[in-house]
Design a protein around this ligand. Structure first.
Ligand SMILES: NC(=O)c1ccc[n+]([C@@H]2O[C@H](COP(=O)([O-])OP(=O)(O)OC[C@H]3O[C@@H](n4cnc5c(N)ncnc54)[C@H](OP(=O)(O)O)[C@@H]3O)[C@@H](O)[C@H]2O)c1
Length: 255
């Protein structure tokens, strides 16, 4: 065999070897993603699974989460507004290490449906505000609380709260009342968790995925691209990046 061919073989074997060992190492890292049956949550589950991670995806109706099942993820039932579901999930994971919790499940409000306008001050309802707050703000609080014992078993625990640029106080007055206010609340949840847990080695961030094409969003960005950029961002988080707000492309966002 010519020297050039031998060299090529050696390089290919090295790539294969390092690729496989990265997959092997990822198997030891468990990531739990809420609302993983569709949209960005599904794409997170798919891409984390493809990278060899141990993935737990939650869904409100696991029996209908066929695409999620096909990724190889373990599926657990969770409505983030249900105390019973949260308690049952925590019970089923008792003693098991969790490394990454992605609080992804979210609700825009009833006003997104085609032909309807976002609510304004004169027609926003108490129900819309409460529903958004219960899902988007309180969901991540009480799920993080319930899974703290699991995250504490990790040497590098991370809590990723999926926020949005609509939450930003500094640059973008939110157009959708329930959604924007509840996600601004989620940003404070992020800061509170960071304040209490960073000394214990936790990394806690808010992460905005960009305007994607999903049931919720009608943006130009495809979930494959957004998640493809957010996973390396999550993988490479350092303690200095905790307690901050990041955009999917790696830029920092003002609160
Ligand atoms: N798409 C965008 O452009 C965009 C932009 C900025 C931020 N985000 C954020 O990214 C996250 C994912 O958004 P997406 O676009 O993927 O939305 P999506 O397609 O509407 O999917 C929402 C997911 O959240 C789940 N969910 C809703 N209410 C829940 C509850 N009470 N308990 C548990 N799960 C619940 C849904 O489950 P069901 O199938 O059971 O309803 C679904 O899996 C959200 O937090 C959203 O705010 C999205």
């Amino acid at each position: 065999m010519k020297l050039k061919t031998l060299l090529l073989h050696a390089i290919c074997s090295l790539c294969l070897f390092t690729g496989l060992s990265a997959q092997e190492a990822n198997k030891d890292i468990t990531v739990l993603i809420t609302g993983a049956n569709r949209g960005l949550g599904y794409e997170f589950a798919k891409q984390f699974s493809e990278k060899g991670y141990t993935v737990i995806g939650t869904a409100r109706t696991p029996e209908e989460a066929t695409e999620l099942k096909a990724t190889g993820a373990e599926i657990l039932k969770l409505d983030v507004t249900s105390e019973e579901d949260i308690a049952a999930l925590a019970e089923s994971l008792k003693g098991r290490k969790l490394d990454i919790l992605i609080n992804n499940a979210g609700y825009f409000g009833p006003t997104l449906s085609v032909g309807k306008k976002n609510a304004k001050i004169n027609n926003i309802t108490r129900k819309e505000m409460l529903d958004c707050f219960t899902i988007n703000t309180m969901g991540p609080i009480f799920l993080s609380q319930a899974l703290l014992p699991n995250l504490k078993l990790s040497t590098n625990p991370k809590i990723i709260n999926i926020s949005t640029r609509s939450s930003q106080l500094s640059t973008r007055p939110g157009k959708a009342w329930g959604y924007s206010v509840s996600k601004t609340g989620l940003n404070m949840v992020t800061m509170n968790l960071h304040g209490e847990l960073s000394k214990q080695g936790f990394i806690v961030i808010a992460l905005a995925p960009g305007h994607n094409q999903t049931d919720m969003g009608n943006g130009d960005l495809m979930p494959e691209e957004s998640i493809g950029k957010m996973i390396p961002l999550i993988e490479n988080l350092t303690k200095e990046k905790s307690g901050r707000f990041w955009y999917y492309d790696g830029k920092e966002l003002p609160w």
